[in-house]
Each structure stands twice: as C-alpha cells, then as structure tokens.
Design a protein around this ligand. Structure first.
Ligand SMILES: [Zn+2]
Length: 134
C-alpha cells in the first residue's frame, strides 16, 4: 500500500495521542497499515481509518509474532475487510475500545466493541478475544 499523505500520518498520530496503541511508548512511532492490500490495491493512498499509531517494534510484530493479538485488538484487519472503520480498536493507554471515524476516536463499551467485531468477523472474532485474554 502507498504511504499515507503527510496530513493523514500527522492526523493519525494526533488522533492516537502520539503513543503506540499497543505498548504505549512515544518513541519510534510509525503509521501501521491496518489493512494489507494486495498488489492491485498497492496504489491506494490510505485513509485515516486504515492507519494506526504503532511503534516500529509493534508494527513489525503485527506481521509476525503479534498477528493474533493485532487482529483481536483491531490493530490489523483482514485484507478482505473493505471498511476498516467497522472494526473497533483497543488502545492500551486508555485500556478501552474505540471506533475510528476519520481522524476521531470515539470511545465505546466493551459490549459494543464485541458487537462490531462479530458483525465483521463472526465467531472468529470471539475466538481471537479468548486467545489473547490475559
Ligand atoms: Zn509499541
């Protein structure tokens, strides 16, 4: 996928409080592409809801060891999810779920987050939640 515009990248960092959504660090922040798009979509410029603030370590982890966690927390969405705003995002610094609406984060209850996730992924969503439960 193409790089975000400077305005999108800056806006996403601001929206997310200049902190990694996963580990809360303020260092080495990157624009995580929540949705990996195949070759055909590689020229698409990501919108704010396609992106999330993660540090370089967590960004890399989303593609490797942290994949299940990233799906369960909405940091990453399946490639076929055409509307990433339908998948809620968990921010560790707030210890809460949010839905993304462009450059806004709207806090939602756990129940609403589970409803949103299930509406997109079905039973798989709850399986991921159980897998990553502390
Ligand atoms: Zn991190």
């Amino acid at each position: 996928m193409a790089d975000p515009t400077t305005a999108t990248r800056t806006g996403v960092y601001f929206r997310d409080g200049y902190q990694c959504a996963s580990c809360c660090t303020v260092d080495a922040l990157t624009f995580q592409h929540r949705r990996r798009v195949g070759m055909g979509g590689s020229k698409n410029v990501p919108a704010p809801v396609d992106g999330l603030t993660l540090c370089a370590t967590c960004n890399n982890g989303c593609e490797h060891a942290m994949q299940d966690l990233a799906l369960a927390r909405g940091w990453k969405v399946r490639a076929w999810v055409t509307s990433p705003e339908r998948v809620p995002v968990f921010f560790r610094k707030d210890h809460a779920w949010f839905r993304l609406e462009g450059l806004n984060r709207i806090r939602i209850s756990y129940a609403v987050a589970m409803e949103m996730g299930c509406a997109v992924y079905g039973d798989e969503w709850m399986r991921w939640q159980k897998q990553v439960a502390p």
